[in-house]
Every structure is written in C-alpha cells, then in structure tokens.
Design a protein around this ligand. Structure first.
Ligand SMILES: NC(=O)c1ccc[n+]([C@@H]2O[C@H](COP(=O)([O-])OP(=O)(O)OC[C@H]3O[C@@H](n4cnc5c(N)ncnc54)[C@H](OP(=O)(O)O)[C@@H]3O)[C@@H](O)[C@H]2O)c1
Length: 238
C-alpha cells in the first residue's frame, strides 16, 4: 500500500533526507518550506510534492491540511534558530521577541501542523517531531522550546495511542550537512561537538532519516510517547 507522508521543513537538511528516505519506499511524499523557490526546487530534485507553507501560520497550515483526505506519516522537521531581535529593540522586548520566535519556530509550528491533520491519521499512523539535544543542556530559549516539544508529544501520544497512532520525538545531537548553523559553525566548535560523542563523529542527516523510517515501520508500533536520542552518546539517558 502506498503511504502518504508529510514532512515539514523538507527543503534542506534533516527534513529533506527524511523525505528522500520515504520517497525511496515509493511513498507519496509532500514537503513544505516557507520559500516557494526552494520548495519547488527540492520537490523537483526529490520527485515529491512541494507545498509552500509556514508551519507557524494557521491559515497556511489549514490550506496544507485540506490537501489530504488521509495521512499515514507526519514528520515535523521544520525548526531552527531565529535571528536575534533588531538592535534598536529595548532589552526586555528583545528577550520576549527571541523567546516568542523560538517557541513559534520549534514548538508551535509542530503543534499547529499536527492539530490540522491528526484526525486524518488512521491505525498504523505515525507522528514524529525533530527535537534537540539542546533540550537537555545549554539550549536557552531554543532548548526550552524543544523540551516543550517533547512534553507535548508525550501527552499527544496518550491521546492518539488508542487509535493506533504512535507519537515520538527524535532528539538529534549535532548533525552536519544542514543549514541549521547558517554558516556560523567553526572548526573549533565542530571539533568540540564531535569530541562530546562516544563514536567521535558528527551525526548525518541519514542517521535521523533512518530512525524516522524505522519509527514509522511495523516493527516500531509499540514505541510511542518517547524521546529517541540520536547523538552518538553526546547525551546519555543513564
Ligand atoms: N542540524 C542540527 O545539528 C540539529 C540538531 C538538533 C535538532 N535539529 C532540528 O532539526 C530540524 C531540521 O533542521 P536542520 O538541521 O535540517 O536545518 P535546516 O537545513 O535549516 O532545515 C530546516 C528546514 O525547515 C524549514 N523551515 C524552517 N522554519 C519553517 C517554518 N516555520 N515553516 C516551514 N518550514 C520551515 C526550512 O526551510 P525555509 O527556511 O525555507 O522555510 C528548511 O527546509 C529542526 O527542527 C532543528 O531544530 C537540528
């Protein structure tokens, strides 16, 4: 049976690799991003459907959801580090703007998208959201948003579980080959992040894509309400 898969933030990095992994299975894959040109280009390269949609905009998300009668897999990969508030903003307003932007980008986009399609997921359905090691340490407003993402996801699991839908977070460590660091990654920081891992390497987008593919497979139906850490041991749960 052909599965229908929606990947938000599928134009680059992790979301793009996840989309490619499901497309390789001949799933009917839809990707989103906020910019029409990159959405169109990535969709063409991957051979999937592209929809321009800002996950934090309720009207755009509703229009996206209206395209689906039924959905098998939702992967909330959209997220990232919003820039700082402009310099002329008074300090507290700047703090508020940064927190609001991070919560919108890394929590509310996933909440809105999921709310818009959750009734279209049937038995065997899967909701995945990409969290971060930043939820465990040194994350600031970004980490707080990702920690809330995991808390929300666990509670959604109890809501959708009785319908046979699993809900999990894949918490990524440092993943190279994405636009996440917006060109700011230095050799020193890269070496330091790799040094924190047990396997002494950066994560790859395929590490996350393969985990997502497994969590949406028949072998993973009893895994729900969890945060699955994919970080080479940089953070351990014991
Ligand atoms: N790379 C890492 O080391 C790392 C580590 C832990 C967690 N993560 C998480 O992994 C996820 C994917 O990030 P990435 O590393 O793959 O970075 P990326 O290469 O920058 O990809 C982010 C994707 O999300 C899209 N996007 C951002 N905001 C969006 C919005 N509001 N609505 C729709 N699409 C949006 C981007 O496209 P547009 O900008 O064109 O909209 C792009 O397609 C994020 O949630 C990030 O927090 C990354």
């Amino acid at each position: 049976m052909t599965r229908t898969v929606l990947v938000t933030g599928g134009t680059s990095g992790i979301g793009r690799a996840v989309a490619a992994r499901f497309a390789a299975d001949r799933a009917e894959v839809y990707i989103t991003g906020r910019h029409a040109d990159t959405v169109e280009r990535a969709a063409k390269e991957l051979g999937v459907h592209g929809v321009t949609c800002d996950a934090t905009d309720p009207g755009q998300v509703a229009a996206l959801a209206a395209r689906f009668d039924a959905l098998d897999v939702l992967v909330n990969a959209a997220g990232g580090l919003p820039g700082p508030a402009p310099g002329d903003v008074p300090p507290l307003e700047g703090v508020l703007a940064q927190w609001r932007a991070n919560l919108a980008q890394n929590l509310l986009g996933a909440v809105l998208t999921t709310a818009s399609v959750q009734d279209k997921l049937g038995p065997g359905g899967t909701v995945l959201s990409i969290g971060s090691i930043g939820a465990e340490r040194r994350g600031g407003s970004y980490g707080a948003a990702k920690a809330a993402l995991a808390a929300w996801s666990a509670s959604l699991s109890s809501e959708l579980g009785p319908r046979g839908v699993t809900v999990n977070v894949i918490s990524a460590g440092y993943i190279a080959g994405t636009n996440f660091f917006q060109g700011q990654m230095t050799d020193e920081r890269h070496a330091s992040l790799v040094g924190e891992t047990h396997d002494k390497r950066a994560g790859t987008v395929d590490d996350i894509a393969e985990t997502a593919h497994f969590l949406a497979s028949p072998g993973a139906r009893h895994i729900t309400g969890q945060t699955i850490h994919v970080n080479g041991g940089a953070f351990t749960t014991r």
